[in-house]
Design a protein around this ligand. Structure first.
Ligand code: LLP
Length: 426
């Protein structure tokens, strides 16, 4: 359930009418609901309440510092995958000891900065990373708490590009090599090797792959303990699927039960890294119709939001529901159309062959489930300014990222001396 509902014939974000908001901030824009973020966080928290566990929200899903601060106040820690994300989490007030640093390619500089900031929970994914982390922690006299991310070779049965737990995927250390990796890690100074981490993919709509992976994880813990390692922490990753269209995702409660069944009796502290489940349905992209064009084969609804704002449809063939901001009258015949952006690529679409009520220039549409992997994956392709982000709380709203301007973009660029006006050197 989310808090984007029609009231008096107009779609609202909580108590805020989206038509008036569009007038105030312009289109396209992302709009997030505080109540929905909080509700999703609470649902997940309730689902794992019986476990010795904490939530490190995967901030890659939506890393606006206002969203992070909202979740941080509810008790969330953060899963970060770059030095930049770490700065965001800290800036939002999330304590360093509630941050876990994941990722397949951390640089020495990023590790140095993490340790300097007191972020010492590190999920390591390769032998060279173990060595470099050992050197970094020795240099500062700290001890890093290390979980090794293992690759269980389980197919998450999700989209090809977001499956991460098969042995041909770049992530983690193969289960077959894990014993040796832990032995190596235990010999290195500056590391407290205390955990096992796993993340097999994103948007999982079936618990079976999870169960398989977590069962392998539990077996691994037994093996590692027999080898003399003190394993006290398990990082369960994220990935729980949500409903974009007609998929039926497992409930967090069902997921929690499965976790308890597979790893609940190991006496470990568990960390969960949900991203999409928290933020996905807490956000929409509001866009305005520029033109409607009727061709001989198709009808195109050309809107001012595009693949640079929401790349998921073209990148993953992802389905996002689209609803008119003005509630459609009952009995109106729907028309089939492609909802496309103004970018000069055929791949620039938000939906194909979608049944929508008749639309006109100026009409507003809301693209749903755009709170996760929406604004964070946006680009300025075609020199399109990044869309603003708005956070609603009850009847209040705030601009939490202003719209880019073309001047913002040009300010980052410069002419070399030989092209400056007046130069005749070349
Ligand atoms: N933990 C790790 C180590 C991850 O790599 C990810 C996501 C998560 C947690 C959070 O997964 P979630 O709960 O959000 O599924 N851009 C893609 C999704 C990429 C996910 C990458 N890793 C999309 O738009 O579908």
């Amino acid at each position: 359930m989310d808090h984007f509902q029609y009231r008096n014939g107009e779609l609202h974000a909580e108590g805020v009418a989206l038509g008036a908001l569009a007038e105030a901030v312009g289109t396209p824009f992302f709009c997030y609901s505080t109540a929905t973020l909080a509700r999703h966080y609470k649902v997940f928290e309730d689902a794992i309440a019986g476990l010795n566990a904490g939530i490190c929200y995967a901030i890659k899903a939506n890393s606006n510092i206002a969203v992070l601060a909202t979740l941080g106040r509810l008790g969330a820690g953060a899963d970060v995958v770059s030095g930049g994300e770490m700065v965001r989490a800290l800036e939002a007030g999330i304590a360093p000891d509630k941050i876990v640093f994941s990722g397949v390619g951390k640089t020495r500089d990023e590790l140095d900065r993490a340790l300097a900031a007191g972020v010492t929970h590190i999920n390591v994914e390769s032998y060279p990373e173990l060595d470099i982390l050992s050197a970094a922690s020795q240099a500062t006299g700290q001890t890093a708490d290390v979980a090794i991310r293992v690759n269980p070779d389980v197919d998450a049965k999700t989209h090809e590009k977001i499956s991460t737990g098969r042995k041909e995927d770049k992530f983690g250390i193969d289960l077959a090599l894990a014993r040796d990796a832990y032995r190596h890690a235990a010999e290195l100074p500056g590391l407290n090797v205390c955990g096992v981490a796993m993340h097999i993919g994103s948007q999982l709509t079936d618990l079976t792959p999870y169960r398989e992976a977590y069962t392998r994880m539990a077996e691994m813990v037994g093996v590692l303990r027999a080898d003399g390692h003190e394993i006290t922490h398990l990082d369960m990753g994220g990935g729980l699927g949500i409903t974009y269209g007609d998929e039926v995702a497992p409930t967090p409660a069902e997921y929690g039960t499965m976790v308890a069944e597979t790893v609940g009796n190991l006496g470990c502290r568990l960390t969960f890294e949900p991203g999409r489940m928290i933020a996905g349905n807490a956000g929409i992209l509001v866009t305005r119709v520029i033109f409607v064009k009727q061709g001989t084969a198709k009808r195109f609804c050309i809107v001012d939001g595009a693949m640079n704002d929401l790349i998921r449809p073209t990148l993953y063939s992802a389905h996002h529901e689209i609803v008119p901001v003005t509630e459609q009258q009952s009995g109106v015949d729907l028309l089939e159309m492609d909802v496309v952006g103004p970018i000069c690529e055929t791949g620039d679409y938000i939906a194909k062959d979608r049944a929508l009520p008749p639309l006109d220039s100026g009409d507003l549409l809301a693209v749903r489930t755009a709170g996760a992997y929406g604004a964070v994956m946006a680009s300025t392709y075609n020199t399109r300014p990044l869309a603003p982000e708005i956070l609603v709380d009850g009847d209040d709203y705030a601009v939490i990222r202003r719209r880019f301007t073309v001047q913002d973009m040009l300010a980052l660029e410069s002419l070399p001396p030989w092209l400056e006006s007046g130069s005749t050197t070349r």
